[in-house]
Design a protein around this ligand. Structure first.
Ligand code: CP
Length: 304
């Protein structure tokens, strides 16, 4: 297994399969009364989050604790010496000097996890870097699809919304096409990169046209915080053309699986009735995220 997980394309199909298989076994740990295994006893995992996060940060923390690792949570806020001008590199090397074995990093700059991996001996796991990659999100999405629909190969997956700013889209496209799924990306033309077809996806600008063909719909959040002004039509127009509500769901396959990486903007990309409805696997994704992160921490520790 690889030492660092920086992008999903580092994993071969058989390595993805290994992570999913390991995650399935760790899902069982979550059903026990004592939800703990000794896999990482004596190891130290540091969560280094420079951007907001609920699901990824908490699930990596819980994953490390369930594997019996010691866990440090570090956010680049006013309580750290980053506020006194300490650099990212010096921060990383300080953590390394304390003997951490794995660093989970989220950063607004694409490539920050790669840089970090060159400064430290610890394994580095990318928990989302700018608009670049979010590899564990792709793994948990794939685990959710496979557990619900029993396969990936041959499925048609629609990625809907703000493709341009989405690290989830980039990681999902690679993982899904590698495993034999067809991916259709659909969103406002200003939020879909002009060269995205080079990644082996079909591009569509009308959701209603592609809905009937999709086995899975992955509704990406509109990333207001990463957009330059003028790229986004208006919330009303977006909702009208790309928002999924009960009426639009009638155009989809009856058993279409609905995913969203979260957090969701209720009433923008999806209405509450759909997000909380029978086709939604949004909370299954959260449960699977914990198992996937246990699997990633466990497998990478074997290479360290
Ligand atoms: N999907 C995801 O990365 O969610 P958080 O930002 O809450 O971690």
């Amino acid at each position: 297994m690889i030492k660092h997980l920086l992008s999903i394309d580092q994993l071969s199909p058989s390595q993805i399969e290994l992570v999913l298989h390991t995650a399935d076994s760790f899902r069982e740990v979550g059903t026990r009364t004592i939800k703990k295994v000794p896999t990482l006893r004596g190891r130290t995992v540091c969560n280094l989050f420079f951007e907001p996060s609920t699901r990824t940060r908490i699930s990596f923390e819980l994953a490390a604790k369930r594997l019996s690792a010691d866990v440090i949570n570090f956010t680049g806020d006013a309580r750290s010496s980053l506020s006194k001008g300490e650099s990212f590199k010096d921060t990383a090397q300080t953590l390394q000097a304390m003997g951490v074995d794995a660093i989970v990093v989220r950063h607004s700059s694409a490539g920050a996890p790669l840089r970090l991996s060159r400064w430290v001996e610890a394994s580095v796991i990318n928990a989302g870097d700018g608009a670049h990659e979010h590899p564990t999100q792709a793994l948990l999405d794939i685990l959710t699809i496979r557990n619900k629909l029993n396969r990936i190969d041959g499925l048609t997956v629609g990625l809907v919304g703000d493709i341009a700013h989405s690290r989830v889209a980039r990681s999902n496209i690679h993982a899904l096409t590698t495993l034999g799924a067809k991916v259709i990306v659909c969103g406002p033309t200003t939020l879909v990169p002009s060269d995205v077809a080079r990644l082996g996806v079909e591009v569509a600008d009308r959701l209603d046209d592609v809905l009937p063909r999709c086995d899975v719909l992955n509704l990406l959040r509109v990333q207001f915080e990463r957009q330059r002004s003028g790229l986004f039509p208006s919330i009303r127009e977006y909702r009208l053309l790309f928002g999924v509500d009960g009426d639009r769901m009638k155009k989809a396959k009856p058993n279409v699986l609905l995913l969203a990486p979260g957090p969701i903007n209720r009433g923008v990309e999806v209405t509450p009735e759909v997000a909380d409805g029978p086709n939604s696997a949004i909370l299954d994704q959260v449960t699977n995220g914990l198992a996937v992160r246990m699997a990633v921490l466990s497998e990478l520790s074997k290479a360290a």
